[in-house]
Design a binder for this molecule. Structure first.
Ligand SMILES: [Zn+2]
Length: 211
């Protein structure tokens, strides 16, 4: 049997209209991904009648749609509530060591790290957990760390109506650690500074506070 010919039927069918992915119901996405992931497993030579494997396609499909890649869908963007900065705190607010889980878009394996963000209020204050939620929303996509850093910064600027935002991400890419070069010691740092954080004094204060 010619395997390549045999796999022709595994080519993505046209069930999903390309222009309207976000309108597609999550349950339909899960069913489609489940079907295709089962095919990937079969092509790899796995036995899907095995008790331990038989529900894996469904588990993976649910995980992709509801968790790992939930941030692709704009409907999952967190609602941000702002408070008035009544107490006139006009220093910088730093939230550090935000746990970050994302996926490398080149290999679909995890990126695991920490995000540290800061902003200076322009009159509004954000609920602190909303900063975590924004980081989470942009992380739950197939990503490259550079784009993730910018998206988090832009999301904060938009939410807080301020340009004075800093984002620092230090993350380990499992595609580097577990395969290819297999470097388990390296991590990747990306930074984004805008507004006042482009000034040396603010930047230095931020870097000192996250140490
Ligand atoms: Zn990668």
């Amino acid at each position: 049997m010619n395997l390549l010919e045999d796999t022709a039927e595994y080519v993505l069918p046209k069930e999903l209209p390309a222009e309207d992915h976000f309108a597609t119901d999550d349950e339909i996405k899960i069913q489609l991904i489940q079907k295709h992931f089962a095919n990937i497993m079969r092509i790899l030579g796995l036995d899907l009648t095995d008790d331990s494997l038989k529900d894996t396609p469904n588990r993976v499909a649910k995980m992709y749609v509801k968790e790992a890649f939930a941030g692709i869908n704009p409907a999952n963007k967190p609602d941000i509530t702002l408070f008035e900065n009544k107490y006139q705190y006009n220093g910088m607010l730093v939230e550090k060591n935000i746990t970050l889980y994302s996926y490398c878009e080149h290999h679909f394996v995890p990126i695991i790290g920490k995000a540290h963000v800061a902003y200076i209020s322009s009159g509004s204050v954000i609920g602190l957990s909303k900063i975590n939620r924004l980081v989470e929303y942009y992380s739950k996509r197939p990503q490259v760390q550079e784009r993730l850093t910018i998206q988090i910064a832009e999301g904060l600027k938009e939410a807080l109506s301020t340009e004075d935002v800093a984002v620092f991400i230090d993350a380990e890419h499992l595609c580097v650690a577990s395969r290819g070069i297999k470097d388990t010691n390296s991590s990747t740092v990306t930074v984004h500074y805008s507004g006042k954080f482009q000034e040396e004094s603010y930047r230095a204060q931020f870097l000192t506070l996250i140490k």
